[in-house]
Design a protein around this ligand. Structure first.
Ligand SMILES: [Zn+2]
Length: 462
């Protein structure tokens, strides 16, 4: 079965990603040259997946070798799974409210046959509650009696019932998808989200990445044209078909010249988190942007002149313009100390984070928390609105340290240090991230060369 095959995953993974770091210098230059050409040919914007850029014969051969091997064992799995599939069993997709009894009655089976299968002691009861979208496949023998039935609960889980002289026997199959590593990289043109979507990255992967860097980058206001991103992640395959995206293994984001790296690591207690190359957790005490950044207007300017009072007031916070209803998150763990309404603030929430830090959220459409309540980082505390003295829907966010307003985008260097891995784990950590770290360094180098090349060719045109 696929599970047995997982023993080979280590080898598969190493081979699927090894070509780049193990390349000779000459080949590397070829790849870099191909890469630069591809960048010039495409446009210097969106994220491109590796397949478009690294089309070297060497890598191509490696990639062809892999599926062949995977296919072989996948075919075995299919044969093992589907015992009597010749001819294929007729399948029915379960409709809303449909029961097994109705499906089998319509197919011409008797109440007695239906009873025989639903009373099967091991799994029969699970046939009583079918869910819409599941699949029922069944097979009669030559005399028209039911000899086999398969309940496909999900792409990963199915139960097959086969008639024997002693009644129906059931076999449950649970498939483990096979993870394969892939990578994507590119340069931001408008926003991380737009670039990722155009490149065909799933929203889940883009959001997972934004989540990893949520403590160090304000994706709503701080991303700039020319920021670069490198991403290693797993895709999960079932029988050689992509099933869904898996986890991000490592990611790098260069924001206005500053590079942040993050690596997935499971510590000795079995907790999986993301750490920078020094083993410091990427999870910080505060989010840089306490709202769903994907909905923030990118062309929003901080208003110096107060829009309603028409006076120049010291602006003590950050304004995020976003549609009414956009979720607003607690920037960090803490306790709600005030939640209410005033004419200027509208609906507002104030959270204390320990003794030293306070965050404020104004002009909310709805409040979702009450004074006294404990909140966790990223918990939804309300939604963006335009209540109080606000011309349009936006979140006004304030960050206070020792009762003084601070710029949340520059203060993070003074914030409490994020937790780091214990020294005893660092050797294992370094070894675990070594391969991904080299990959990121190489992709970063490629990006820099590409950027350099683009700028010099622009100069030549001018
Ligand atoms: Zn404001």
């Amino acid at each position: 079965m696929l599970r047995a095959k997982n023993k080979d995953q280590g080898a598969l993974r190493r081979r699927s990603l090894s070509p780049v770091p193990q390349m000779s210098r000459g080949r590397l230059l070829l790849v870099v040259a191909a890469f630069v050409a591809a960048v010039l040919a495409v446009i210097k914007s969106q994220i491109d997946t590796n397949s478009a850029r690294f089309e070297t014969p060497q890598l191509g051969a490696q990639q062809e070798a892999l599926p062949a091997e995977a296919l072989e064992s996948a075919t075995d799995d299919v044969a093992g799974l589907s015992a009597p599939t010749d001819p294929p069993w007729p399948e029915r997709i379960v409709q809303d409210g449909e029961t097994l009894s109705r499906i089998l009655t319509q197919a011409g089976y008797s109440d007695r046959e239906i009873y025989n299968i639903t009373s099967q002691p091991q799994d029969g009861e699970s046939l009583v509650r079918l869910l819409p979208g599941q699949i029922i496949a069944f097979q009669p023998d030559d005399s028209g009696e039911l000899v086999g039935l398969r309940h496909i609960k999900s792409p990963l889980e199915s139960v097959t019932y086969l008639r024997t002289s002693a009644g129906f026997e059931s076999h449950a199959e649970i498939l483990s998808p096979e993870p394969r590593e892939t990578w994507a990289q590119g340069t931001i043109d408008t926003s991380l989200f737009v670039a990722g979507e155009k490149a065909g990255l799933s929203q889940g992967i883009i959001l997972a990445m934004a989540n990893i860097f949520g403590g160090v980058i304000d994706f709503a206001l701080d991303t700039r044209k020319g920021d670069t991103v490198q991403l290693f992640y797993e895709e999960l395959f079932l029988n050689d078909q992509k099933f869904k995206d898996g986890d991000i293994i490592a990611a790098s984001f260069t924001n206005q010249g500053e590079t942040f790296n993050a690596f997935r690591y499971t510590d000795v207690s079995g907790d999986t988190n993301y750490y920078n190359e020094d083993g410091v957790s990427m999870r910080k005490a505060f989010l840089m942007a306490p709202l769903d950044f994907t909905r923030v207007s990118s062309n929003f300017n901080l208003r110096r002149l107060h829009p309603i009072y028409k006076t120049v007031r010291p602006h003590r916070g950050t304004d995020y313009a976003a549609p009414t209803g956009t979720p607003v998150y607690a920037a960090g763990d803490g306790r709600v100390i005030r939640a209410g309404y005033t004419r200027s603030n509208g609906n507002y929430v104030v959270i204390a984070h320990g003794e030293q830090y306070v965050t404020k959220y104004l002009h909310l459409h709805k409040r979702r928390v009450k004074a006294g309540q404990r909140v966790l980082q990223s918990q939804v505390i309300g939604t963006v609105g335009s209540t109080g003295a606000a011309t349009g829907p936006h979140l006004h966010y304030e960050f206070l340290m020792d009762d003084r307003h601070r710029n949340p985008r520059t203060v993070y260097k003074y914030l409490p240090k994020a937790s780091a891995l214990p020294k005893a784990e660092m050797a294992d950590f370094r070894q675990t991230i070594d391969k991904a770290n080299k990959q990121l360094a190489l992709l970063n180098a490629n990006n820099n060369m590409a950027a350099h090349d683009l700028s010099s060719s622009n100069n030549a045109l001018n």
